[in-house]
Design a protein around this ligand. Structure first.
Ligand SMILES: NC(=[NH2+])NCCC[C@H](N)C(=O)O
Length: 482
C-alpha cells in the first residue's frame, strides 16, 4: 500500500489549482447494462463501453494526470495509447499509472481489501444489502483484493457471472461525498441505484490510510428518527426525507458553502448539514439553492459551475438576465409548471440562523460570491448555456454544458458537443482546444499546463453524455489551492 502521510485534505474553492482528486474509470459493469434497466440505473441509454473509455474518458484521465501528476504521462502518451489492453488505466494491473494525485476509487478499495478484517466486514455488508447466499459471501472472502474491488463495483465475477447489479454511476465520483475545507461530508443517496456506492465510500474514507488523519472530520448525516415511524406515502416528503448527493454541494469560498435542494437533496438533509457545519465551525455562511425537482436538473452543478473567480457558466432559463428566461416567462406565465418559480435562494449566517436572507436570482448570488467572498474587482462575467439562444440553452444543459471542472483558474474541461456554449466561451476570449490537440501540444512542449489560462478543453462526449453527468460530476476534489 502506498504511504499517504502528510496528505492533507483541503478544498475551499471551486477554481484554485487542483492538486488531488478521486475518480473512477468506466468499469466492465457499464458495458452490461441493458435497455430496460438503463433508466432504473439513471442512464439515458445504454453505452458503448470501449468508445466511452478509449475515445472519451481516457482523455479525461490523461489530462488530469498532465495537470496534477505530469511525471506519469509526459513523453509516454503515444505508448499508453498503443496498448490495446488499457493496462495503464486498470488498478491492480502491472502497468497501472498508480498516482497519489489522480486516484481511482477502485484502487483504494483494492488496497483496503488487503486487510482481512476490513475484507470480512465489507463483504458481509455488501452481501447483506445485495441478499446473496452465505456460501457466496465465504467464497468472495477468499478472492484476490483487487478482483474483489472490481466485483463490488461492477457486480461481475471475472467478467463472466453477474452477482449483483453494477454501479454505472460510480464514474460520477463527486456525488459520493464532498470535501468542505478539512472535513469530508458523506452522501445519503436519493436513488437505490446508488446505495452500494455509499457503503464502499464509507469504508474507504474510514479505513484507507490516505484519510487516516481526517477520520475525526468525516461527517455523516444522521437519519431522521421520525422517518422510521412514518407511513410509506409520507416518507417521500422533502421535510422528512434525508438524502443528499455531492453534486448539490459546492465549496465556493473558505467560509461559504452552497447546498442545492433538488430531486436528490432534501431540505431536511440540507438543514441537518447546516446545523452540523455551523456547530463544528467548518463554515459561517450557507446558501441553500432550491431548484425544480426535475430529472433535467438533478443537482445544482448541472445548472451552474464556476470557471474562474469572476466567471461562471449557467443556465439562462433559471437565471434573471437570460433572454431565454424572459421568453419562457412570457410563454409560461399562465402555466402551472413555471419552473423558474420553484427556484429560490436563501442564505443563512452562523449565529443568525433565524433570520435568513432571500436572494433574488442566481446572477446576484454568484456576483456576491465573486465580489464579497473572493475579492474580485473586475466585472463578473456570465456565460450562458447554448449562448442563451432558444432552445439551445436547454438542449446543451441536458448534455452538461454547465457542468465544467476547473483544473486551475480559468482552465476548464467540458463536453465537445455543446457547440453554442463553447462559442460563447470563444466570444469571451477563451482558447478552445480539444483534449487530443492539447495533449499533443504538451508532448511537443509548445504548451504547458502551468502557463495555461482562459482555456476550454473539449472532451469527446457522445457516450459519456448518455450517462447524464459531466466533468464536474466525474471528479471529487480532495486537495485544491485557494
Ligand atoms: N453531480 C452530478 N450532476 N452528477 C450526475 C449524476 C448522473 C447520474 N446518472 C445520476 O443520475 O445519478
Amino acid at each position: 500500500m502506498n504511504s499517504f502521510h502528510n496528505n492533507p485534505i483541503h478544498v475551499s474553492s471551486e477554481t484554485g489549482k487542483l492538486r488531488r482528486l478521486l475518480i473512477h474509470s468506466p468499469d466492465r459493469g457499464l458495458g452490461k447494462v441493458i435497455p430496460s434497466k438503463a433508466q432504473d440505473w439513471l442512464f439515458e441509454d445504454i453505452v458503448h463501453l470501449d468508445t466511452m473509455r478509449r475515445k472519451e474518458y481516457d482523455y479525461y484521465v490523461k489530462l488530469l494526470l498532465y495537470f496534477l501528476d505530469p511525471e506519469k504521462v509526459r513523453g509516454r502518451i503515444r505508448q499508453i495509447d498503443s496498448d490495446a489492453t488499457r493496462g495503464f488505466y486498470i488498478p491492480g494491473t502491472p502497468g497501472y499509472f498508480d498516482s497519489d494525485k489522480v486516484v481511482d476509487m477502485q484502487k483504494l478499495l483494492g488496497e483496503i481489501l488487503l486487510d482481512s478484517g476490513v475484507r470480512t466486514k465489507l463483504t458481509a455488508a455488501i452481501c447483506g444489502i445485495e441478499r446473496t447466499s452465505f456460501h457466496l459471501q465465504e467464497e468472495l472472502n477468499t478472492c484476490d483484493a483487487h478482483e474483489l474491488a472490481s466485483v463490488f463495483i461492477s457486480g461481475y465475477y471475472s467478467d463472466k457471472k453477474m452477482l449483483f447489479a453494477p454501479l454505472p454511476n460510480l464514474i460520477f465520483m463527486r456525488d459520493i461525498g464532498i470535501v468542505i475545507n478539512d472535513h469530508i461530508l458523506l452522501n445519503k443517496p436519493a436513488k437505490n441505484a446508488r446505495t452500494r456506492e455509499t457503503i464502499l465510500a464509507q469504508f474507504i474514507f474510514f479505513y484507507h490510510p490516505m484519510f487516516a488523519h481526517a477520520r475525526e472530520n468525516i461527517i455523516e448525516i444522521p437519519e431522521n428518527e421520525r422517518h422510521f415511524l412514518l407511513a410509506d406515502d409520507e416518507k417521500a416528503s422533502d421535510l422528512n426525507r434525508c438524502t443528499l448527493e455531492g453534486g448539490d454541494v459546492m465549496m465556493v469560498a473558505p467560509h461559504h458553502l452552497m447546498i442545492g435542494c433538488s430531486e436528490r437533496t432534501s431540505l431536511y438533509a440540507a438543514q441537518q448539514v447546516m446545523q452540523i457545519l455551523f456547530d463544528k465551525e467548518v463554515v459561517t455562511k450557507i446558501t441553500i439553492v432550491k431548484i425544480p425537482k426535475k430529472r433535467d436538473y438533478m443537482h445544482i452543478d448541472t445548472i451552474f459551475t464556476q470557471v474562474k473567480k469572476d466567471t461562471w457558466v449557467l443556465l439562462g432559463s433559471l437565471a434573471r438576465l437570460g433572454d431565454e428566461s424572459r421568453q419562457k416567462d412570457l410563454l409560461h406565465f399562465f402555466s402551472p409548471q413555471n419552473t423558474a418559480a420553484e427556484f429560490r435562494i436563501i442564505q443563512f449566517e452562523k449565529g443568525r440562523e433565524q433570520s435568513p436572507r432571500e436572494i433574488d436570482n442566481l446572477e446576484d448570488l454568484l456576483t456576491e460570491i465573486s465580489v464579497h467572498d473572493l475579492g474580485v474587482t473586475s466585472p463578473v462575467q456570465f456565460i450562458y448555456s447554448g449562448d442563451n439562444e432558444f432552445p439551445f440553452g436547454e438542449r446543451e444543459q441536458w448534455t452538461d454544458s454547465c457542468n465544467l471542472l476547473a483544473l486551475q483558474e480559468g482552465v476548464v474541461i467540458g463536453y465537445d458537443r455543446n457547440d453554442r456554449t463553447i462559442n460563447a466561451f470563444r466570444k469571451k476570449g477563451f482558447r478552445i482546444i480539444s483534449a487530443a490537440d492539447l495533449l499533443d501540444e504538451f508532448e511537443l512542449g509548445t504548451l504547458s499546463p502551468d502557463t495555461l489560462t482562459d482555456t476550454f478543453i473539449t472532451l469527446p462526449s457522445a457516450e459519456l453524455s448518455r450517462a447524464r453527468g459531466g466533468s464536474h460530476c466525474m471528479s471529487m476534489p480532495i486537495l485544491r489551492d485557494l
